[in-house]
Design a protein around this ligand. Structure first.
Ligand SMILES: Cc1cc2nc3c(=O)[nH]c(=O)nc-3n(C[C@H](O)[C@H](O)[C@H](O)COP(=O)(O)OP(=O)(O)OC[C@H]3O[C@@H](n4cnc5c(N)ncnc54)[C@H](O)[C@@H]3O)c2cc1C
Ligand code: FES
Ligand code: FES
Length: 479
């Protein structure tokens, strides 16, 4: 049984297929068709809803793609859809702003934009163009154009008044506390089940007892199996209620990130230590996906074009794997064995990721090349991590995504640079060595020739940027 708030109404679901998405639930189960389906793959934002979660004595509101969210993950939370915004016969201020600024034509994308604007308004105190662009990057409109929608965002953020959600926030907090999960929950229908443990120990036990289960974190990869490939997932274990797996801790040696931490929540610690990791996270999918998708899911999915793995490999990150009561630590580069084949054993899961802290004389850069700036998958993703002392390369770790069946280190390229002084001839030798390291494939994102040339040019760009004056402050000993 799971419980959640549909706006303010308590919903208790005893028997519901765990493969039902929030979008289907809204449209087909509770008769709220305001939320639209555009792509069913997380790309268009038409299905955007807002989910409220307890944050101390407040409610934190975040956007999600309802087409990729299974209803089970709403347990203990509040779901707000576009129907909930109009109150006492009056449009919500974000809806009124869309009307006033002519932010809608065919209207298909509009509910999704309205919900993104609603969450933006809830999370900001004034208008900020960059924040607005980030909030809207996961919403596509093909009729209106974005200028009037950005105007609507400005109006909504500048003229915000307390709304009906603010008026009852204390009651909502009390309602959410009353339904806060206290033990492992289960949602099932027939022989389809989703188990929702609360602790790592319970997860380990349940996974050992159900090794055929699929782990569900944000579902932004997993749900595609249902919505795009029309498969059924008979047994899932949801990891999103395990607090210790959603924690980010900065110790003297590491940034320790629980595997179930949403990418949005990884941002602050990673961007503070490695600004390029922050840049990459800005370019990772859309805000809706980052609010939902996790770092553990990005590794667990083992895609050759996943964005975090090349950076984590270059940084020398370790992952902590757990099976039953046993844990082991593995350099992340050893996790990926072949296309979608990993070193993970049956019933083993990623518990956390340990990212080493930055060191003196370390130069770390990451680059993502994709057809669109926002909400697009990499054709090539590159990460360079060098330690240069007295002008000599003392340590070098270089990794690429999109260049092989797995995210992978560039061993020959690294060897060409190690011990050298980064003279142009050495850099060119390292570029040539990339052809030994990788035999990329052609696909609809890029040809093999484009991928190899891009990888080489990114290496050149890295060294050019190291020499740029504004970079020298970050690379203290580089000459
Ligand atoms: C529109 C769209 C845009 C995207 N853009 C990007 C992008 O720019 N860059 C990018 O890299 N990815 C992108 N993705 C892919 C996806 O969002 C990421 O891979 C995300 O990090 C997956 O995390 P999740 O929590 O949603 O994983 P889930 O879908 O829940 O899980 C993914 C896989 O990992 C497994 N898994 C989950 N948690 C664990 C764990 N703790 N231990 C072991 N296995 C586990 C699951 O069983 C599943 O097989 C995009 C996806 C969509 C739909
Ligand atoms: S329907 Fe397009 S993102 Fe969900
Ligand atoms: S108004 Fe038609 S797609 Fe946006």
């Amino acid at each position: 049984m799971i419980q959640f708030l549909l706006n303010r109404e308590l919903r208790t679901e005893h028997a519901l297929d765990p493969n039902v998405t929030v979008l289907q639930y809204l449209r087909e189960h509770v008769g709220k068709p305001g939320t639209k389906e555009g792509c069913a793959s997380g790309d268009c934002g038409a299905c955007t809803v807002v989910v409220g979660e307890l944050d101390g004595e407040r409610v934190r509101y975040r956007t999600l793609n309802s087409c990729l969210t299974f209803v089970s993950s709403l347990h203990g939370k509040q779901l707000i859809s576009v129907e909930d915004l109009k109150h006492q016969g009056r449009l919500h201020s974000v809806q009124q702003a869309m009307v006033d600024c002519h932010g809608s034509q065919c209207g298909f994308c509009t509910p999704g934009f309205v919900m993104s604007l609603f969450a933006l308004q809830k999370n900001s105190t004034s208008f900020d163009k960059a924040e607005t662009m980030e909030a809207l990057a996961g919403n596509l409109c093909r009729c209106t154009g974005y200028r009037p929608i950005i105007d609507a965002a400005e109006q909504a953020c500048c003229q915000q008044q307390p709304d009906q959600f603010d008026a009852v926030e204390a009651q909502t907090v009390a309602q959410l506390k009353a339904i806060a999960p206290r033990d492992t929950a289960e949602l099932n229908s027939g022989d389809k089940r989703c188990l929702l443990p609360l602790t790592v120990a319970d997860l380990a036990e349940l996974y050992a007892a159900n090794p055929e289960a699929r782990l569900l974190a944000g579902g932004t990869d997993l749900a595609l199996e249902v919505t795009q490939f029309h498969r059924e997932l008979p047994v899932m274990i949801y990891v999103g209620h395990i607090e210790s797996m959603k924690r980010v801790e900065v110790t003297a040696e590491h940034i320790e990130i629980g595997a179930a931490t949403a990418l949005s929540d990884c941002y602050t610690a990673l961007a503070a230590e490695y600004p390029d990791f922050g840049e990459l996270l800005h370019r990772f999918a859309s805000l809706q996906i980052r609010n939902q998708g996790t770092l553990g899911g990005n590794i667990g999915n083992a895609s050759p074009i996943g964005d975090a793995p090349p950076l984590l490999i270059a940084l020398g990150a370790q992952i902590v794997l757990r099976k039953g009561n046993d844990t082991r630590s593995l350099p992340i580069e050893d996790y990926f064995l072949d296309y979608k084949v990993t070193a993970r054993q049956e019933a083993e899961f990623i518990e956390k990721i340990l990212v080493p802290r930055a060191q003196a004389n370390q130069a770390f850069r990451a680059y993502k090349v994709s057809k669109r700036l926002d909400d697009d998958i990499s054709a090539v993703c590159a990460a360079f991590n060098l330690r240069i002392e007295d002008g000599v390369v003392q340590d070098v770790r270089i990794a690429f995504g999109g260049m092989a069946a797995i995210p992978k280190r560039a061993a020959a390229c690294e060897a060409a640079l190690l011990g050298g002084v980064c003279y142009p001839a050495e850099i060119e030798r390292a570029c040539a060595a990339l052809a030994e390291d990788f035999t990329p494939l052609s696909d609809f994102r890029a040809s093999k020739e484009y991928r190899l040339l891009t990888a080489q040019n990114l290496l050149r760009k890295f060294f050019l940027e190291l020499n740029a004056p504004e970079v020298e402050t970050r690379v203290t000993a580089y000459v």
